[in-house]
Design a binder for this molecule. Structure first.
Ligand SMILES: Cc1cc2nc3c(=O)[nH]c(=O)nc-3n(C[C@H](O)[C@H](O)[C@H](O)COP(=O)(O)OP(=O)(O)OC[C@H]3O[C@@H](n4cnc5c(N)ncnc54)[C@H](O)[C@@H]3O)c2cc1C
Length: 387
């Protein structure tokens, strides 16, 4: 691009301060908003005494709260298998890694799902040597294989080692060395290891039995209104066992508020369609998808029309000097209704919202193709896919 640059230096302390600053800002504005609505905030740990009573353990002691309606939104925590004891120094869970205690010389990441690959990207960018244990033949199980392939290519080009078809069975620390053992006999030695193998719901301390609330594997069972089997007790977020995404938790909260207030019967009310939630993976390149995937359609034997346009055909991508990736649009061949899509490339997480809007509102490829977008933009690639 005719620009000369020097390699940036990484200052871990400044990075951490910046993260803390962003988190505190968000926390303060949310706390301010709640206070302005006269919501009482208590700092403590809650558990049910009966269906209408919560005991809250605070620093000052225990207080009992009576409630007409209760929302359980206690989230989840990283899953830690019995063969591993995270110490927060060299054996890390995702909770320890953001920000990390130090920037590892060599990090082994166990788990190649969404969270695992995001941390691979983050630490590789920070200059760590990274090895990724991939239990199957490709990263991102369940995602479009073409998308996974694009990410793997990028990882390999950045020197990330992929150990495929290997399932970790042990992680041990010996001084400054961490050894990760795999079921096929292979062992990886590194300075740090990071576990990213999913999460478990925070419901074990809630005394759900006292409230008569049913759960499965710790996830509170909910219906389309996010109500548990006890009608005045709702659940939202990771503990509800639906999609573990902040966006989904927020939407569930909104729907629950409407339901508790009785607003759902006064105006048009849509139930959440979890299969239409857009999600993104913040790697390099960025990845995002929504709705039905090509692989889903294939496995269901459903006829779909798939259009794929590479960003290399986009003027804006060339101006950005980043023509990597593509847009894939999935539509119904009979009606033209947009059913889903995947995007790999710069700003994929922003661009996917356009497809999400189409999927949620059953817009057709013609609706999309007839919209006048700004030129030059990356979003024009969506129009081309729709044409
Ligand atoms: C590494 C990582 C990256 C992620 N990135 C994204 C992303 O990019 N986009 C996205 O949409 N989602 C992302 N997620 C998922 C997202 O963070 C969760 O889906 C979301 O935070 C769930 O919200 P929640 O309210 O259910 O739980 P949380 O946000 O976990 O909040 C639950 C709260 O309840 C508290 N609590 C627990 N038990 C009790 C109790 N008994 N009494 C009182 N309080 C209690 C907890 O301390 C916590 O403060 C990511 C998750 C991880 C781990």
């Amino acid at each position: 691009m005719g620009l000369e640059t020097t390699s940036p230096n990484i200052d871990r302390d400044n990075l951490s301060q910046r993260l803390d600053g962003i988190t505190s800002h968000l926390e303060e504005s949310m706390t301010g908003l709640l206070s302005s609505q006269h919501v009482r905030l208590m700092h403590g740990t809650g558990r049910f005494l009966d269906p209408h009573t919560i005991a809250v353990a605070t620093e000052e002691g225990e207080e009992e709260i009576e409630a007409d309606a209760v929302l359980i939104s206690t989230g989840s925590r990283p899953r830690v298998p019995e063969w591993c004891t995270p110490d927060g120094e060299r054996i890390l869970t995702t909770r320890h890694a953001y920000p990390p205690p130090e920037i590892p010389d060599h990090l082994t990441v166990v788990g190649s799902g969404v969270t695992g690959v995001e941390f691979v990207h983050m630490f590789a960018s920070l200059g760590s040597e990274v090895t990724l244990i991939v239990s199957r033949q490709h990263v991102l199980p369940g995602k479009d294989p073409e998308v996974a392939y694009e990410l793997e290519e990028n990882f390999i080009s950045r020197g990330v080692k992929l150990l495929k078809g290997a399932r970790s069975t042990s992680i041990e620390r010996d001084g400054d060395v961490v050894r990760v053992g795999c079921d096929d006999g292979r062992t990886v030695e590194s300075s740090h290891a990071l576990l990213a193998i999913g999460s478990i719901p925070n419901s074990d301390q809630l005394n759900l039995e006292a409230a008569g609330v049913e759960s499965e594997w710790g996830f509170v069972n909910i219906d389309h209104n996010c109500q548990s089997n006890v009608s005045h007790i709702y659940a939202a977020g990771d503990v509800s066992g639906k999609l573990p995404l902040s966006s989904v938790a927020t939407m569930q909260g909104r729907k629950i508020a409407e339901h508790v207030m009785g607003l759902h019967s006064e105006r048009p009310h849509r139930h959440i369609s979890y299969s239409q939630a857009a999600s993104a993976i913040f790697t390099e390149p960025e990845i995002a998808d929504v709705g039905i995937s090509q692989a889903d359609a294939f496995s269901e034997g459903r006829k779909v029309r798939v259009t794929k346009v590479p960003f290399s055909a986009s003027a804006k991508a060339l101006i950005n000097d980043d023509p990597r990736g593509f847009v894939k649009l999935i539509s119904d061949p009979a009606t033209g209704v947009v059913l889903g899509g995947s995007i790999v490339g710069r700003h994929a997480a922003e661009l996917i919202s356009i497809i999400a809007l189409c999927v949620t509102n059953e817009l057709t490829v013609s609706d999309l193709a007839e919209t006048l977008f700004v030129h030059p933009t990356l979003s024009e690639t969506l129009l081309e896919a729709a044409e």
